[in-house]
Design a protein around this ligand. Structure first.
Ligand code: HGY
Ligand code: MN
Ligand code: MN
Ligand code: MN
Length: 408
């Protein structure tokens, strides 16, 4: 057994230092994928890893891999997560997993500790899917779920493509997508939900990730004068959207513990005295059981048909993302459980409500996650908060689980 301990002050300093990159006046972070802020934090990470003597390679969709050599020439054990954030993101979502991984590299380096397997720190491109949908695009390309051309073609709401933005920040690397070998992956992340805090558990032993599906809906009615158009002659796209938004909430509540959200709505022409002629909206459905998602999806399709008929709208609905429920590797889940027990930390098993790159990495290597609580279970919010002690405990469990696995 090792008695290595991470340096919690150094970890906390790194979290606060990088939080300034894209920091918002309310204390959150706005560091959308492939923006100049993303470039700055990538540069920060690259030089921190190179200072430790790691070799940093970047693949064709910007995924970053920093490798610390091991004693044996075997596929590396990976840690890490993502550096991009939501537009009103917090200081910990994604980057805690990357900086805890960096803290492991620093701790092992200081101790001159030689692992059997190389240790690799990963930053996955565009995990959030906020600027470029779908989410988990970089890890999805690595796992063969999407190809490089598909990723390059994704466009943001301003019409900028993923490929253009990646080239703009200079992070299209030479490594062929999917060519970086993985022996295993452990991803540390905040829970982003209320369970660990409510049950006063220090660690989430994550057994899997629930299923997730995203849809895009375009509704077309007819713009007309709000004053002179009788109600009976209207084709109001926003009234149709309102029906769908209400139905998404009802469909999710009818299939617990499923969740449903309309997060993005664009109305045109968005003028107070013009009947809205078109609306673009997105739907995010999640459920631990893929069969339940099938039922929810059918209900959504029926809803859009009905809204179209009732308001006289043309309507187009398409599924743009389907990430089935994932179960993590039992041996790695056990390593996390043993690590938490060995450190005397309370824990509970949990299925992730949020999506993570680990869900795709699990397709190509044994993978699992470690969760730590966040205040009020709040995330994707500038007030997102996780304590110094929770970050310390999470990074220490990550170290113990990685070294446990490395010795097996
Ligand atoms: O959508 C998600 O669950 C993740 O935050 N990208
Ligand atoms: Mn995340
Ligand atoms: Mn997120
Ligand atoms: Mn007029």
């Amino acid at each position: 057994m090792h008695n290595l301990t991470i340096d919690p002050d150094r970890l906390w300093r790194s979290i606060m230092e990088t939080a300034a990159i894209g920091g918002t006046p309310k204390g959150g972070i706005n560091r959308l994928a492939l923006t100049d802020h993303d470039r700055q934090v990538r540069d920060w990470l690259k030089s921190a890893c190179e200072d430790l003597g790691c070799t940093v390679t970047v693949d064709e969709v910007g995924n970053m891999f920093a490798v610390r050599p091991g004693r044996l020439d075997v596929p590396p054990i990976a840690v890490g997560s993502h550096l991009d954030t939501q537009p009103t993101g917090g200081k910990f979502d994604g980057i805690l997993g990357v900086l805890a991984g960096l803290e492991l590299l620093r701790t092992l380096d200081e101790a001159g500790y030689e692992t059997n397997a190389p240790l690799m720190l990963v930053n996955w491109t565009n995990e959030e899917g906020s600027r470029f949908s779908p989410a988990m695009l970089g890890s999805g390309v690595h796992a063969g779920v999407f190809d490089r051309a598909y990723a390059d073609s994704r466009t943001d709401r301003q019409g900028v493509t993923f490929g253009e933005a990646l080239d703009e920040i200079g992070y299209r690397g030479p490594a062929k997508v999917g060519s970086t070998a993985f022996g295993a992956m452990f991803e540390l992340h905040i829970e982003q939900g209320p369970i660990l805090e409510a049950e006063e558990k220090a660690i989430g032993v994550v057994t899997g990730v629930q299923g997730m599906r995203w849809y895009e809906i375009a509704l077309t009615g007819r713009e007309a004068h709000t004053g002179s158009t009788p109600m009976s002659l209207r084709r109001d796209a926003l009234v149709g959207a309102a029906r769908i938004i209400g139905a998404v909430e009802a469909i999710a509540r009818a299939h617990p513990p499923g969740v449903g959200t309309v997060g993005l709505v664009e109305v045109g022409p968005n003028s107070r005295n013009v009947i809205p002629g078109h609306v673009f909206l997105t739907v995010d459905f999640r459920h631990p059981d893929d069969a339940a998602l099938d039922v929810m999806e059918k209900a959504l399709f029926a809803t859009v048909e009905e809204a179209g008929r009732a308001s006289g709208l043309e309507h187009a609905l398409r599924q743009v993302w389907n990430s089935p429920a994932v179960a993590f590797d039992p041996a790695l889940v056990d390593a996390v459980r043993r690590a938490a027990d060995g450190l005397g930390l309370s824990w509970r098993e949990i299925v992730s409500g949020a999506g993570h790159d680990a869900a795709y990495v699990a397709r190509i290597a044994p993978t699992t996650m470690v969760f730590v609580p966040c205040a009020g279970g709040l995330s994707h919010n500038e007030a997102e908060a996780t304590s110094y002690e929770e970050c310390r405990a999470g990074a220490q469990v990550l170290l113990a689980a990685v070294l446990d696995h490395d010795r097996r």
